[in-house]
Design a binder for this molecule. Structure first.
Ligand code: ADP
Ligand code: MG
Length: 277
């Protein structure tokens, strides 16, 4: 299928520094693309450019065959949804209200008839139905992330961007969220998701893009891209890629005896248990 979203020679320069350079990328409907790379590689900046929130210094982005800058704000909001890395505070809003905000692009359209149904379904799919009445700022980081995911689902866009959506989630919710992302892709959505956990990227993405120093170093199937050699170089730390039960598992190499022993100076139970693990 042809590309729904494409970046052509994208570069971003901020205060004289090249944050992104020469990025070419295509995303097709039905595809989950994982964007990985070290801190500061430019992943969030690239997501901003791809979603049309940030204008590139060089190159351009096309959405549905038309330059993204030519789409109206309303049209963009119906085409693509973004779950940002940093959750807004949404001061004073309850979880259900935050999720309902995802429906605002559909206000006064026939799709608005489904608002109630979609909000309820999105709360359930992100596993926040039990938190619906809670005030957003009082939630834990992981609960806030799941609420933002529910809002993204409620927006019902054919293109979704997620910036480190699993960073604050426990294992069950990580798997659940990426399972829902895969379902959305199987229903035809195009998804770009920034992930730090390379084993999760291997398990759930159709393609993995590795960004380092603002440049796309690799773009391909997880098994082709996630090699010990490339990851060791890009992350500046020795990395092993193991095969377990048909899955790729990416682990940092640790020198024997590197783990610090429990220190006798710990003064509280918590410190003692932290240093003992
Ligand atoms: P990543 O998401 O891969 O960790 P970012 O895209 O957030 O990286 O940032 C890439 C680099 O660009 C970082 O070094 C960051 O400090 C810098 N950067 C991003 N936005 C700005 C900005 N508005 N002003 C100055 N530097 C920025
Ligand atoms: Mg980032």
């Amino acid at each position: 299928m042809s590309a729904f979203l494409s970046a052509h020679g994208v570069g971003v320069v901020i205060e004289g520094r090249a944050i992104l350079a020469d990025v070419d990328l295509e995303v097709r409907p039905g595809e989950v693309v994982a964007l990985v790379g070290p801190n500061g590689a430019g992943k969030s900046t690239l997501l901003g450019v791809l979603s049309g929130d940030l204008g590139p210094s060089e190159g351009h982005v096309e959405l549905g065959g038309r330059r993204i800058t030519k789409h109206s704000a309303k049209d963009l909001a119906r085409q693509r949804g973004v779950q940002l890395q940093k959750q807004g505070l949404a001061f004073g809003f309850r979880v259900e209200e935050v999720v309902r905000m995802g429906r605002s692009p559909w206000y006064r359209t026939p799709a608005a008839d489904r608002d109630e149904e979609v909000v309820e379904e999105s709360l359930g799919r992100a596993d926040v139905a039990g938190l619906a009445e809670r005030l957003f700022p009082t939630l834990s980081g992981g609960e806030q992330a799941r609420t933002s995911f529910a809002r993204l689902l409620a927006q019902e866009t054919p293109l979704m961007f997620l910036d480190e959506p699993t960073a604050a989630l426990d294992i069950r919710h990580q798997e659940q969220l990426l399972g829902v992302v895969r379902e959305a892709a199987e229903a035809g959505a195009a998804v770009v998701v920034v992930l730090h956990d390379l084993s999760l990227a291997a398990a759930y993405a159709d393609r993995v893009c590795v960004l380092a120093d603002g440049r796309l170093r690799a773009d391909g199937a997880p098994a082709d891209v996630l090699t010990g050699e490339l990851l060791t170089e890009v992350y500046g730390h020795p990395v092993d890629v193991l095969h377990h039960d048909g899955n790729l598992v990416v682990v940092p190499v640790r020198a024997r005896g590197e783990r610090p022993a429990a220190t006798p100076t710990a003064t509280t139970d918590e410190e003692a248990s932290c240093s003992a693990v």
